[in-house]
Design a protein around this ligand. Structure first.
Ligand SMILES: C[S@@+](CC[C@H](N)C(=O)[O-])C[C@H]1O[C@@H](n2cnc3c(N)ncnc32)[C@H](O)[C@@H]1O
Length: 237
């Protein structure tokens, strides 16, 4: 497979590529103290849907980091149209190009799972201010399954590890975060969620391989409906 799942996500330009969509993003941010002086970082920002929302809604300082060039171009185009500048940075979650103690809030919307998780968490902690908040929406393993099945899922999506809720708790704790709260969101998506999630910004060079990757993704989504879920993770530095 030449194009990975994430490459195809970028070529299709999927807008809200995390579970719960922009609706969940709005809900979890509404519970935080954010004003125009807040500094927020969105790691693995994809096409910039969340970064644009935060900038428009909160008028605060938003930085968006991404390591996929196609995603970056699409985010740059989207974010060039909004009134407040968003700082878009090419970089890896495992080596954040930011100084220590810089951000009030960091969002990871289905991103940590794809990275070297302990390394990323330690970087996120480094760049958060003391008492800064990490908000993650991340995949979880809901049931123990056959090792080969699990490996097939991990290999297809390119995640580094698929953790249970308890394992996430331990990983986040080991990275030194406190006040860890992990919650399950059981709400079904509404019309608006589906619209945001199915926002596409297509590249011109989408290959047949990408359509077959999309079909495999749809098959995994059906087959793993009760096996893979997600949680909202909130913790502080
Ligand atoms: C499932 S997508 C989610 C995108 C976006 N957060 C959203 O909700 O639409 C995962 C994103 O993380 C990015 N990503 C994966 N590994 C990364 C890494 N090590 N550093 C930075 N970004 C990464 C991918 O390129 C992709 O845009």
């Amino acid at each position: 497979m030449k194009n990975t799942y994430l490459d195809c996500l970028a070529l299709f330009g999927v807008g809200g590529a995390h579970p719960g969509g922009l609706k969940l993003t709005r809900e979890i941010l509404a519970q935080e103290q954010i004003d125009s002086s807040s500094r927020i970082l969105d790691i693995g920002c994809g096409t910039g849907q969340t970064a644009a929302f935060i900038s428009n809604h909160y008028n605060c300082h938003v930085s968006a980091l991404e390591n996929n060039k196609v995603m970056l171009e699409k985010a740059e185009e989207r974010l060039s149209t909004i009134s407040l500048p968003v700082t878009i940075v090419e970089g890896k979650a495992e080596e954040l190009p930011f100084e220590d103690n810089h951000f009030d809030i960091i969002l990871s919307e289905s991103v940590i799972s794809f990275t070297e998780q302990p390394v990323t968490l330690s970087e996120l902690k480094r760049v958060l201010k003391p008492n800064g908040v990490l908000l993650g929406i991340e995949m979880t393993l809901e049931k123990l399954i056959d090792k080969q099945e699990l490996e097939a899922f991990i290999h297809f999506y390119g995640v580094t590890r698929l953790q249970t809720e308890d394992e996430w708790f331990e990983t986040v704790k080991e990275a030194g975060f406190s006040a860890i709260r992990i919650t399950k969101n059981d709400e079904d998506p509404d019309e608006e969620d589906l619209e945001n999630a199915t926002e596409f910004y297509l590249s011109e060079n989408i290959t047949d391989e990408c359509f077959s990757v999309l079909e495999t993704h749809e098959q995994f989504t059906k087959d793993f409906k009760d096996i893979v879920g997600y949680r909202v993770i909130r913790c502080t530095k």
